[in-house]
Design a protein around this ligand. Sequence first.
Ligand SMILES: *Cc1c(COP(=O)(O)O)cnc(C)c1O
Length: 433
Amino acid sequence: MFVSENLSVNEKNHLVIGKNDTVELAEKFGTPLYVLDEDLFRKNCRIYKEAIEKYYDGNGLVLYANKALCCMHTCKVVAEEGLGADVVSGGELYTAIKAGFPMDKIYFHGNNKTPDEIDLAVKSGVSHIVVDNVYELDKVNAAAEKYGTVQPIMFRIKPGIDAHTHNFVRTGQIDSKFGVALENGEAFDIVKRAMEYKNVTVDGVHCHIGSQIFDIEPFCLAAEVMMRFIGEVKSKLGLEVKKLNLGGGYGIRYTENDDPIEYGEYIKHVSDVVKKAAAENNVDVPFILMEPGRSIVAPAGITLYTVGGIKDIKNVRKYVSVDGGMCDNPRYILYGSDYTAVAANHASDKYEEVVTVAGKCCESGDLILENKLMQKLEVGDTLAVLATGAYNYSMASNYNRIPRPPIVAVSNGEAKVIVKRETYDDLIANDVP
Ligand SMILES: *Cc1c(COP(=O)(O)O)cnc(C)c1O
């Protein structure tokens, strides 16, 4: 019935997540409220980890992509599950450091890391820096020299794969701000250049072709192209690149129209491609890395709102407003994203009325659902928007000076706050009157 496996309805007709009644959660913690099912989050970590063990002899590491959802508690959970993690900014890195995340499992990404961020990464001893361009290569080498170390690096490569997804989340094609391209020789040149540097070692290559991808094909194609490049680097430069990082981007079910492939299947297919390509290109089978973010955490999260004003504009449409919006979920205004929602306090009622669920921000485009079939919503209802675990809290803002909602983690019937609700005092904390 629901897009996520962890949801059900109890005898009160209330939506239940991880054995917690969502209406009670809304009453106890207030709305808007992010709820994270920690058990499902952990289960999804294990699916990837076990698939690498099963299909790739454990010769790899799953990195959780922190940008999907990053706070100290998620860092702790990911570390407990034995995954590594990628970070894309000094802030994410700092969070991981403070959470005690093992630095030898941290990969640092980004297309324009600042000198301060590079300094912090090298100083903290991150496992790898994924270098985006020549400017960064020089900075990383200089920072490593300053600290008297040799920093393992990977290069972010554009394999020239055009994954079929939203324009803003496609990254593998040549016209992208991320990385160096294969087809014009940029990638080859930067590897060659790095080999002359004393304080970096080229340990791997990385690609990430986009996000919310449902086909196996582009991942297999990317793996094949990257393996060919590893072969070229070996034959022409005599350098054996040992690690292949294939990024993230595995699609999830936001609505019934989405049909994600089982994640183990991706890994099985990609493993076969990589092993075969290693033989063809006369190189060793590389250590493999993957970086799922959305597919680990999105299905584990929901957002609870309270329904406020309802505006039935005759012959136009019916607006149902909630107490959050683009400030806690900017994905509709950014990408026109589609979601599934449930009236949490009468969860199994039938879907009978087309409505538009609007947020409370001062933008007409601030919508959560547009012209979607919903259950009949009344003032005071609790509305649950599903699969909001990724790119909601992490993209939230204080637009209109609206405090960010808290995150409550639920596990086996217990609920605990892992990020506190912002207060008005938090909002003015950095103001200098
Ligand atoms: C965004 C990103 C990911 C995670 O993508 P998902 O779609 O959340 O799986 C992984 N690696 C890199 C480099 C990214 O930029």
